[in-house]
Design a protein around this ligand. Structure first.
Ligand code: F6R
Length: 263
């Protein structure tokens, strides 16, 4: 896992957007896994800027979102579909036919989950998966205890997640209790992973998932078993890590290390 500690949210957003942009420039038909939530808003704003100012081309990019609240229609203002169009898609030249987001109000969610997995496979798998992290260690909505082999399915949300999500809803009763989410197994098949996190309220979980033992109680720890993970944090989210000096040294000396080993 490569860990980049940035000075603030703006820098975290710029660094992560740059990583995504470079992958798109390298492979124009990149299959991109996308997250919602507060964390990636700045990253998406930066991507829009790179698109507008430098012509970053999304026309061949295919995107798959991680999750959606069960029961919410795509046009509901709290749906992740709405979020993605407002914060990214309507500002770039992505082809709407290439956008995949779980449909919260689908009649047969189980059949839909199998279909979603099949679409990811048919696209050739996810090249780069963007992730945020919940305070309980979830990635996508893989709550504590989720199997590391799990695939796209319906998941009951953990109490802390429901409380965290409540800020977007008028009443507590309106906050969805279930979500359609891709699984840990699905995420682990992505070729590359980029996880971003910011803020003091993520410091404890970032220390646990980066430096703690692998456990399905903190599902982000599964990423320790993936061979290509980039983690970009702001300094608040990194404030409880113990080996920051080492991470900084590796990053600053990456190029000389690569030269040393002839790459
Ligand atoms: C969203 C998702 C979640 C969020 C996580 C952090 O699509 O899958 O795992 O990434 O809950 O949310 P924020 O960024 O709002 O703190």
């Amino acid at each position: 896992m490569e860990i980049t500690i940035t000075s603030n949210y703006e820098e975290m957003s710029k660094v992560s957007a740059q990583i995504i942009a470079e992958e798109i420039q390298r492979k124009h038909d990149l299959v991109l896994g996308l997250a919602t939530g507060d964390t990636p808003i700045g990253t998406y704003q930066e991507l829009v800027k790179i698109h507008k100012e430098e012509g970053l081309d999304f026309s061949k990019v295919k995107s798959f979102n991680l999750d959606e609240y069960l029961g919410l229609a795509p046009l509901h203002k709290n749906s992740y579909n709405y979020f993605m169009w407002e914060n990214l898609f309507k500002h770039i030249n992505i082809n709407p036919e290439n956008v995949y987001i779980p449909q919260g109000n689908i009649k047969d969610p189980e059949q839909f989950c199998a279909w979603y997995e099949a679409q990811i496979k048919e696209a050739g798998g996810i090249d780069l998966q963007v992730l945020g992290i919940g305070r309980d260690g979830h990635i996508a909505f893989n709550e504590p205890g989720s199997s590391f082999a799990s695939r796209t399915r319906i998941k009951a949300l953990y109490k802390q997640t429901i409380e965290d999500n409540a800020r977007f809803f008028d009443k507590m009763e309106d906050v969805p209790r279930f979500a359609i989410t891709i699984g840990i197994g699905t995420i682990m098949e992505a070729k590359k992973i980029l996880l971003i996190a910011n803020g003091k309220n993520k410091a404890a979980v970032c220390a646990q998932f980066i430096e703690g033992p692998v456990t399905s109680q903190i599902t982000a720890t599964a990423l320790q078993l993936h061979s290509y993970v980039n983690i970009v944090l702001d300094k608040d989210a990194a404030s409880k890590l113990e080996r920051t000096e080492y991470y900084d040294w590796v990053r600053d000396n990456k190029h000389s290390v690569q030269k040393e080993i002839g790459r």
